[in-house]
Design a binder for this molecule. Sequence first.
Ligand SMILES: *Cc1c(COP(=O)(O)O)cnc(C)c1O
Length: 652
Amino acid sequence: MKEERSWTEINLSNFENNLNELKKFISPNVNFMQIVKADAYGHGAFEISKKAIQCGASFLGVANVQEGMLLRYQGIKIPILILSPSMENEINLIIENNLIPAVSSFDFAQKLAQTSPFKIKVHINIDTGMGRSGISYARAIEEINKIREIKNLEIEGIFSHFSSAENDEEYTNKQSYKFNKILSELDFKPKYVHIANSSGIITSQNNYANLVRLGLLSYGVYTDDSLKKKINLKPVMTFKSRITQIKTVEKGESIGYNRTYITKHPLKYAILPVGYADGYDFMLSNKGKVLMKETLCDVIGKVSMDMIAVDITELAEISVGDEVILLGDAHDSIRAESLTSLYSGSSYEILCQIGRRAKRYYKENGKIIASSPLLRRDFVSTDYSDDKLNTIIETAIEQRLQSKEISNLIYSDVLKRFFVEHDKDISYRRNFVHTIEFKDSAPSPFIRGNKRGFKDSIESPFIRGNKRGLKNSYYLTNTTLTFSKQLKNDYFNIACTKNEKLLEKYFLRNDVEYRWLLDNNFDLKANVFDVTSVKVNNIELYHEMKISEGCIEIRCYHPQLKNLIGKEVEFSISTQTYYPKDSHQVSVYLIELTQGAKITFIFGDVLQNVEAVPIFSGRSKFPQISSDGKSITISSKKDEWVFPISGVVFVY
Ligand SMILES: *Cc1c(COP(=O)(O)O)cnc(C)c1O
């Protein structure tokens, strides 16, 4: 947070505390709906929803279809009720995103049912005295019964909304009475009935409802002073900033626009980089308080769009960059209720507007567990975690293709390889040139007189009693691989295993640059897989062999590599090994994103009738195949990208 001009901290532990306090007021058989409209009153709907679900919320309440849709995109699965009336043109989105609309008229209910391919659940909203949305009380019974006749529609809930639960008990009881009366006059009982907002559960005898809707109190803000005696709430949001300048002025000077503040004595003041554009209300001009070093300081002059001035005459030890708390639980005077009471404002409103330019940090048990970026109009990829980016990419493909299924396929087959399996480490190779050359094995190349210099039969690469019959079963094989790639480390490995299963793990490791599958009949010894030369930018590397159960691992390194880390270098790897004659095929895979690939199989007079079957994905689906009777070469264009996993199988 050091680099932030202002930021909000969302204390999820306080939120959990508030939910626990509120639960004490509702009986165990009553469920709760977490109200997360307006981005959870400015706290961040996604993180608040997750926490609420963890604390037992069985519903979420949002203001409109867009808010509900966003939560669905973010992976929230529990039922979501849209509290405000929806528009007809939103019906398709409501259905697609599995949201529950509030219904305030027969007409809307009918349109919903006509559009929905399945029986759609709704909650009917009755106006029992709020005087806002919902079916008017007087017409409620008639209208509900009409709606009930609609096929393809299920009245899952009936609800109403208190207008003054925090401070008008009489009116609240009147509303409760009306709501109760309607429910008793209906000849059916919906699964959910609900009327209480968070204040309502504390002030009303809400004994008939089985769902409550928790909003402001769960965010730790009192709706009325009288509630302080009844429940102990902790503010969830803290809004902070830093001093950007400190100044002193003489008596009689003015501070800010329109000279509303004239100094009565010499004054020291601080400029904070927060104004009404950051949600610090203009009405706090000459009224607001901020907390610096545990001292309350006055906002002096008018709140500007981007700045406020604060009197710090009393503060001795203070400097530019010091932290300032503008809203939060550190002092009673900077709680939302206190600040808004200075200008008869609404604490609901200040929470929604605070931090428009601030990054959010979510804290739990004092630790930051998540953060969300500034509200921006443009997408800035570095704002997002890899996880989030993955979701964005997948949904973008989905939208483009209009198909979840194909998008899943592309994502899991291509992108997952980059983003998940290789985990952040996306590398690519250029000018990939791989040459495999078969030389005939005869006469007895493995035992005596071999130019590789096997001294005696004990060093023969083959185990005794090999069922293939030793000497003519294998081709002596020379391979050379060159490519350019960014050097990640001052070493890398070459791996060679006896079976595919063992080889698999080396495909997942990104410190392995070359992999070879040996014949299962080999006894793993140094001379069955011989690294003849490994170079990086022409530096001949040292190599060290490690033989373990079924695997040969060769570590290639050189002190000079340290200076090349991060640079694109040319790798060159040559090996000599053996290939079983009866395999009848040789395959080469490109397991990294590759620009320009050329794979050559040289068989000379050793083989006849060799065919190449390339399987390339990416732009270059059809590589060039050329053959001269002694070798076959598969090549893509030099600047063309080939996706993993592409490859070629040479069949003989
Ligand atoms: C916003 C809202 C609530 C939550 O009210 P609080 O006073 O914040 O607890 C509950 N029900 C409906 C219909 C709402 O719109």
